[in-house]
Design a binder for this molecule. Structure first.
Ligand SMILES: [Zn+2]
Length: 374
């Protein structure tokens, strides 16, 4: 587990540092007016006109339909993201400060933002806007509110800022059945460190990480990829927002590739395989990471059947099922099934010590009640 927690003391130090830099932030805020970025934005802009009016008060926290932090973090891990959990990322106080606690609202969208710092990309620090993001903004009651859910730094590091309802969208148009100006209570926001102003300066690691974060958030809320939008799609008309520099359709293609486990498939061409008509035949040479073919699909089905029989957490390892693509999910399922086979079984314990945990061998194919061929 490679989770890193920032200590409360560390956060306090960061807050002091930010206070010292107050002047810098104020001037950056003025500068962003020209590109209308999110960095240094005012609380009223982030909150929108409804910042003091919860949609619907309910005291029943147990039935809160908002995705749990555990669920979101599980999905991130499933996509291979090792997030940095910033202090307070799940502290209910910020949701309460944002006047959104107990609103009972259901997540309807994931919103892509860029920080829009107005600093040329070449001069952006790795976590340029993170101190501002973590400090958040003050509500009209003088209470701290976090300014987004996720933050992607310049090298693609994923920081978990806050996982409950908070401000990031401000006022905007009605969409997905959400009334105008209310998107804060119905969406999660991903801030990506960027110069802003419509400049396409995101690094490839940022694009990759942000797509994975969006996929994880959509998974956690049970939403289709069509619910990924840009800040500008919602708040372009009302606030003049231009983030992000890419279209929603462009992001959705990236996010879909993550969700269907095909994002790695672009680097490896599907191998043309002449498939045996015997449905139990599995070619070992064709069943390998990075390939897409019928043998892989047969192998995946076999793994899933045996996994279910042995109460392996199949859905966790392989949420997308037998897709025919040998990617991270197939490696993970292979490992999970093998791990289970080793329990109180000397033969499989020896196998575990000697063989790959992510690729099949003749012995594993046979154990799946399939017939290994070359
Ligand atoms: Zn934005």
């Amino acid at each position: 587990m490679s989770f890193r927690r920032t200590s409360t003391a560390g956060l306090a130090a960061a807050l002091v540092a930010v206070s010292v830099l107050g002047g810098t932030i104020a001037s950056a805020s003025a500068a962003t007016d020209s590109n209308n970025g999110d960095f240094g934005e005012s609380p009223a802009d982030l909150a929108g006109p409804y910042w003091n009016a919860p949609d619907r008060a309910t005291s029943n926290r147990a039935s809160d339909p908002w995705p749990s932090a555990t669920r979101v973090l599980d999905r991130l891990r499933a996509y291979g993201v090792k997030p940095i959990l910033e202090a307070g990322y799940n502290d209910p106080v910020y949701e309460s400060n944002a006047k959104l606690a107990g609103s009972g609202t259901t997540m309807q969208a994931v919103m892509m933002h860029d920080t829009g710092t107005s600093v040329p990309a070449s001069r952006l620090k790795v976590t340029h806007s993170l101190p501002w993001i973590l400090r958040g903004v003050k509500s009209s009651a003088g209470k701290t509110v976090r300014a987004c859910h996720f933050y992607v730094d310049r090298v693609g590091g994923v920081h978990i800022v806050y996982l409950r309802r908070t401000w990031h969208a401000g006022s905007g148009d009605s969409m997905f059945g959400v009334p105008a100006d209310r998107m804060n209570g119905y969406s999660m926001g991903i801030e990506i460190e960027s110069q802003g102003g419509g400049v396409k300066d995101l690094t490839s690691s940022q694009i990759s990480s942000a797509s994975k974060v969006a996929a994880a958030a959509l998974d956690a809320a049970g939403l289709p990829t069509s619910r990924a939008i840009n800040h500008k799609d919602y708040a372009g008309r009302k606030q003049g927002k231009v983030d992000t520099a890419w279209s929603a359709g462009w992001w959705r293609t990236k996010i879909d590739a993550v969700r269907t486990g095909t994002s790695a498939a672009t680097v490896t061409q599907p191998v043309a395989v002449k498939v045996s008509s015997n449905p139990r035949h599995v070619s070992l040479s064709a069943t390998r990471p990075g390939t897409t073919n019928t043998y892989v699909r047969r192998y995946q089905k076999g793994l899933r059947t045996l996994g279910h029989k042995r109460h392996v957490k199949v859905k966790r390892a392989n949420p997308h099922g037998a897709t025919g693509y040998y990617g991270t999910e197939t490696k993970r399922l292979t490992r999970a099934v093998l791990k289970d086979l080793t329990r109180k079984n000397r033969h499989w314990t020896r196998y575990w010590q000697k063989q790959s945990h992510t690729r099949p061998t003749t012995a594993l194919i046979r154990r799946l009640n399939l017939i290994p061929i070359k």
